[in-house]
Write a protein that binds this ligand. Structure first.
Ligand code: SF4
Ligand code: SF4
Ligand code: SF4
Length: 419
């Protein structure tokens, strides 16, 4: 198999196709700390794309409660278990060497096997085909926390406090990761799955698909789904008409997807990053996604050890046990949490940009404002400034302007009781 470079793993890995990259890559950052589990994203995708016969159990976007929830049920536990068994059989360990962290390997080097490297000779990747019953209850274990140890009812009498809660759960909202090295495309015997050169969105050609479900089996995130009425597989299309700027509202510039644009928790920021000739992200520290993922490193890939180089990034929740988070988001978790709990002046401003306009933002600028707070965070002095952050769309036009401190409008006395 050809060797390709996976920057999440900090090393080359084997993949079925030669290394090839789009000009731009569809990507997003989701701030888990802000997700309220309202499923508005889930409903928006359903109402836009999957409301037809045969799609009743198809949720291209879903929000599940971790650690117990999952759609399909226990998808990540099952693939992690397969990966563990493959490591045990090969006498290897799924370990990271963070001492080798560098610009091209920001999380260090993964010395374990990916789902592709752990597969037997007959398969492109480790995987399994969920049974129908595993897809039927997307909110199974919703809002179910871990039990408090040492109490008969599993309830803490003292309450919880940071840095880690003993009783915890969090919402993990998910869609197709439009992976750099998609396992679904590698698995398809019909070569019906392709990655668009203009934006890296991964699509299934419905005319070529014969419904063999190899993509359903081998996507480790279980984001390819089978539709019985058409006998083909379908998946998130990245709302490509909006990304192309063809939505009537978009004024010809790329817009954020439906699931991103509706999020009331303001947890999502979606955009396109430039990819350089060598496949690396072109340096763009003023691009909000590049800044969050590459400069501040507060947003991390989901299960990077699977080896598909997913392009949806997560700001990890600060209250869940670190060992669980490291398994889910890799070894960058501790640095990410330390950085965003005492954010730099610039990071605090960029974090305001989430869900403020439907237009994708390609650049930000910051106008410095006055000092408004001096305090201590994580045992260190910390200062907050009321800076203004300005976001620009694909045409370089100002799309949004916000201050760090939310403006306060006092209602005039004569209108005190008006609605
Ligand atoms: S998340 Fe799954 S379906 Fe989406 S591109 Fe990656 S491997 Fe394919
Ligand atoms: S990007 Fe579009 S198609 Fe994909 S999950 Fe979100 S709303 Fe659905
Ligand atoms: S709409 Fe936003 S806040 Fe609500 S579940 Fe989805 S990601 Fe979370």
């Amino acid at each position: 198999m050809p060797e390709v470079y996976n920057w999440h793993l900090g090393r080359k890995m084997s993949y079925v196709f030669d290394e090839a990259h789009p000009k731009k890559q569809f990507a997003a950052v989701f701030n888990i700390n802000r997700c309220i589990g309202c499923q508005t994203c889930t409903g928006a995708c359903k109402a836009t794309w999957t409301f037809s016969k045969g799609q009743e159990y198809m949720w291209w976007n879903n929000t599940e409660s971790k650690p117990y929830g999952g759609y399909p049920q226990h998808w990540d536990i099952k693939i992690l278990q397969q990966l563990d068994e493959a490591h045990a059989a090969a006498g290897k360990k799924a370990e990271w060497d963070i001492s080798q962290a560098s610009d091209t390997a920001p999380y260090g080097v993964y010395n374990g096997m990916t789902i592709s490297e752990a597969a037997g000779a007959a398969e492109q990747a480790l995987g399994y085909l969920p049974e129908d019953k595993e897809w039927r209850a997307p909110l199974f274990y919703e809002d179910t926390s871990t039990a408090y140890k040492g109490d008969r009812l599993g309830i803490s009498q003292e309450g919880a406090s940071l840095p880690e809660h003993q009783t915890w759960f969090f919402y993990l909202t998910r869609l197709c990761n439009h992976c750099t090295y998609p396992a679904c495309a590698a698995a398809c015997p019909r070569k019906a799955i392709y990655k668009r050169p203009e934006d890296g969105i991964v699509l299934i050609d419905q005319a070529r698909c014969r419904g063999y479900r190899k993509c359903v089996e081998q996507c480790p995130y279980k984001k390819s789904m089978y539709r019985g009425t058409t006998r083909t597989s379908e998946k998130c299309v990245g709302c490509y008409p909006r990304v192309e700027g063809n939505d009537p509202l978009s004024d010809g510039v790329p817009m954020e997807t439906r699931c991103v644009a509706v999020c009331p928790g303001k947890i999502r920021l979606n955009g396109l990053v430039d990819i350089a000739e060598d496949g690396a992200w072109a340096e763009a520290p003023q691009h909000p996604l590049y800044y969050l993922i590459k400069v501040e490193k507060v947003a991390l890939p989901l299960y990077p050890q699977f080896g598909t180089e997913p392009n949806i990034y997560y700001i990890p929740p600060r209250w869940a046990p670190r060992s669980y988070l490291r398994q889910m988001f890799g070894p960058g978790v501790d640095e990410a949490i330390a950085r965003y709990t005492a954010p730099s002046r610039q990071l605090l401003a960029v974090l305001q940009l989430f869900r403020t306009t439907q237009r994708m933002l390609f650049r930000f600028e910051i106008e410095e404002g006055p000092l408004v707070l001096e305090t201590e965070v994580n045992g260190e002095p910390w200062k907050m400034y009321n800076d203004t952050v300005i976001g620009f769309d694909a045409k370089g036009r100002e799309a949004v302007r916000l201050s760090v401190v939310e403006p306060l409008h006092e209602r005039p006395a004569e209108r005190m009781n008006s609605i």
